[in-house]
Design a protein around this ligand. Sequence first.
Ligand code: HEC
Length: 239
Amino acid sequence: MLLAAGCRQDMQNQPRMFPQRGTTLFADGRSVRPQVEHTVARGQLYESDYFYTGLMNGKEADVMPFPATMQVLDRGQERFNVYCTPCHSRVGNGAGMIVERGYKPAGNFHDPKRLAEPLSHYFYVMTNGYGAMPDYRAQIAPADRWAIAAYIRALQLSQNATLADVPAGTQVQNLTDVAQGLGEPASYAGPWPMPATAVYGQKTIGIVAGAPAEPVPQPAGKTKGETMQPPARPSGAHK
Ligand code: HEC
């Protein structure tokens, strides 16, 4: 027993700093030393680089810092659909789901003002935010922000594209023919109206807030511990 107790005089007992606990060793009394201001780890100075800032000599520019391949555009589409569509919608008209429910209308990428912006403007907005729009610097890596910017350009092109914009030899089909070829009615190629039950937060965008007059199930006579049954659906209802 005595021998075993004697073995505990190891590094356990040496003086050391405990995180967030004060010390008398340093003049400011902090055991955790503050980082030296204005120091940057080697290889992490992003300030001056177009790839990280979207600015060239302090200005936005209309170039990609790397080639916009099909792979980059696919990635951009995927990331755009994840991060931007809730507000900007899949077509980028600024009337996404969140906006339809009352958020400030997000920028429409097809209006003349946004069409005229240089490519890195989109990168810059994602990096630094813009008015009511939060920044996505932490969520989206720089390469992906560029991919999204490239995809926004593709979206813009898609709205007013002509046959001359597609590579020679590419077969372009009329949307109505595509729909009919798939055995769908021609109307599938037109705009799809929202269902009558859609709920809108803003009068300007759609129908006035008009939740269907569906009775709210009341927990009639419900006692503690009892589980509430969902209301029975009338037969023939499709949803
Ligand atoms: C939470 C909703 C929301 C999300 C998500 C969002 N935005 Fe926005 N965005 C807005 C709003 C709102 C505005 C208009 C801001 C204003 O005018 O105050 C805007 C404006 C913009 C503008 C226009 C700036 C200008 O020059 O007028 C761009 C570009 C933009 N967003 C890009 C994006 C991209 C790219 C994403 C995805 C990474 C994204 N936004 C995600 C809400 C959003």
